[in-house]
Design a protein around this ligand. Structure first.
Ligand code: SF4
Length: 197
């Protein structure tokens, strides 16, 4: 019997939700052996975005989406994952509700760039250089950075099947989620998955 296929994507988050997965400690080994990780970005599995897009729709059993939707890449991958995954989970409060990362909506992009790259005590940037939205690599490849957007929770972009709260999610919630997913005993669609449910 083939293993359930799992995808994981970090969008506009901090990586703390990645740590929440590792935080299930010895259960991580059981999960790793029980699933086939087909996409884990941007950190672990050597699967590129174009490989994800080539997968048949509905071919991934579970997708975990962490962080909110903050730029055009996040929005695109959210839509791709929605098409590829039978079950899509907003993992962590940024994906579920916007989270602390949603505070960027209180400021303009110019204010945020100024605070991050120019106007702090620890910044040495006399020419007020800011990140460029395009650059040329090796003199031949032009790269364009994703466009920043108003930060949104995942369900403002695509339909979400389940939510896991917390910042980051408590390991007992993550364990409960993997237990439910691997046993096939999922709560009603639209539920928040918490410990013991
Ligand atoms: Fe980081 Fe918390 Fe957002 Fe997870 S929910 S990505 S830990 S800020």
């Amino acid at each position: 019997m083939s293993k359930p296929k799992l995808a994981y994507y970090l969008a506009g988050g901090c990586g703390g939700c990645d740590i929440a997965v590792v935080d299930i400690s010895e259960m991580l080994v059981d999960v790793a052996l029980a699933v086939d990780i087909v996409f884990w970005a941007p950190t672990v599995a050597d699967v590129k975005y174009k490989d994800l897009e080539a997968m048949p729709d509905g071919s991934i059993d579970v997708g975990l989406f962490t962080g909110n939707v903050r730029n055009s890449e996040h929005e695109h991958i959210a839509k791709v994952l929605r098409n590829k995954c039978k079950v899509l989970i907003a993992f962590g409060i940024c994906a579920a509700c916007g989270g602390i990362k949603g505070l960027v909506n209180l400021h303009t992009t110019d204010e945020l760039l100024d605070k991050a790259y120019v106007n702090t005590f620890s910044t040495d940037n006399p020419n007020k250089e800011l990140p460029q939205t395009t650059c040329v690599v090796d003199g031949k490849y032009e790269l364009t950075l994703p466009t920043l957007m108003y930060a949104r929770p995942l369900d403002e972009v695509v339909k979400v099947d389940y939510y896991i709260g917390g910042c980051p999610p408590h390991y007992e919630h993550v364990k409960a989620a993997f237990t439910a997913l691997l046993s096939g005993q999922l709560p009603p669609p639209g539920s928040w998955i918490t410990m013991g449910k």
